[in-house]
Design a protein around this ligand. Structure first.
Ligand SMILES: Nc1ncnc2c1ncn2[C@@H]1O[C@H](COP(=O)(O)OP(=O)(O)O)[C@@H](O)[C@H]1O
Ligand SMILES: O=P(O)(O)OC[C@H]1O[C@](O)(COP(=O)(O)O)[C@@H](O)[C@@H]1O
Length: 310
């Protein structure tokens, strides 16, 4: 089974308008309300790609109810812990540029954390645990490290798609997959990633620390997959960009879904990119048929590592 975990779910309140100006009144001409948060997006896309998962996390209030009802209506199984607090609403503004305003995550008590840990302790060897999205700074990293230890001991495939301090500290738990974008990768190395070669070099360093697979996503430029032996790159397919929210989560889902159907790693990477781009070309997350239509456009090629001294 694949378990996703979203510590800070959201309703993504997406507004479309031709022009957005700060400091004045703006009126949008179209809005959407979708459940959001990275693990939730991974579960929604897995369902669309025909793979079952169970979404864990923390939710509460009328927004938490909306999120759970929406997921139930789509057939996504959930097992959220009630926080008694209103889950955040993240505002996405689609004008000439994409602007995002993400709220803070919930305040969690020791008993909330214990409840999640008990669920994680019941995950079986060979299952997947996808920990995605921001982790509030108020939560002890030692707690997440203890979840990482469970992953290692139980041989659970641990997918980690978070950022900042949590990503840095959890690298030691030797995750199966991490998926930083260029900015997140730069943050990990306290630098600005200059180009693909620089990205490959940093990703190789992460594999040397025990991360089995690193996918560096590069938005409209595509993505790179690095493991201990090799690196691969593929350009993104072309299409009309509509809404890139959830594109990274869709890449992760497509990769996991294809591996779980038995595809090779390169093929799964291609499927992941197609899923990410199909989401970027839609209002909501990708659908299976749109993903598969893009596959022919995507060529995964070995990426030759340069020994550049920086
Ligand atoms: N404008 C775009 N055009 C085509 N594909 C895109 C675009 N934006 C994102 N994607 C696809 O989605 C994947 C993940 O996007 P990215 O923006 O890098 O992730 P994140 O949302 O995590 O920052 C990319 O590797 C690419 O396949
Ligand atoms: O937990 P964070 O980092 O605030 O991110 C949450 C946001 O990320 C999303 O999951 C989208 O993520 P990606 O665009 O990186 O795939 C939104 O649905 C949500 O609003």
């Amino acid at each position: 089974m694949i378990y996703t975990c979203t510590v800070s779910p959201s309703i993504d309140y997406t507004n479309y308008l031709p022009d957005f100006r700060t400091g004045g009144l703006n009126r949008s001409n179209k809005v959407h309300y979708y459940p959001g948060g990275k693990g939730i997006n991974v579960s929604r896309v897995l369902k669309r790609l025909g793979v079952d998962s169970i979404a864990y996390g923390f939710a509460g209030g009328f927004t938490g109810q909306f999120i759970q009802d929406f997921l139930a209506a789509e057939g996504v199984r959930t097992d959220f812990i009630d926080t008694g607090q209103i889950s955040r609403i993240n505002v996405k503004i689609k004008a000439a540029e994409e602007t995002e305003l993400n709220g803070p995550g919930p305040e969690l008590s020791a008993s909330h954390l214990q409840e999640l840990k008990e669920k994680v302790e019941r995950i079986k060897p060979g299952d997947w645990f996808v920990l995605s999205g921001s982790i509030p700074d108020s939560l002890p990293i030692s707690y997440f490290k203890s979840l990482g230890n469970i992953m290692q001991k139980q041989e659970i495939r641990f997918v980690l798609d978070t950022s900042g301090k949590a990503l840095k500290e959890l690298i030691d738990s030797r995750p199966f997959l991490i998926k930083p974008n260029m900015e997140e990768l730069g943050e990990l190395f306290q630098t600005t990633i200059k180009d693909k070669h620089h990205a490959a070099e940093c990703a190789f360093q992460l594999t040397a620390k025990g991360v089995a697979n690193v996918i560096v996503s590069m938005g409209a430029d595509g993505a790179m997959l690095v493991d201990r032996e090799a690196a691969y790159f593929a350009e993104a397919p072309t299409g009309k960009m509509v809404n890139t929210v959830g594109a990274g989560d869709s890449l992760v889902s497509g990769f996991i879904a294809a591996l779980s159907y038995g595809s090779s790693k390169e093929e799964a990477f291609r499927y992941g990119i197609a899923s990410g781009s199909a989401t970027a070309f839609s209002d909501d997350l990708c659908r299976k048929e749109d993903t598969e239509k893009l596959l022919d456009q995507i060529k995964v090629q070995p990426f030759k590592r340069l020994d550049v001294k920086r």
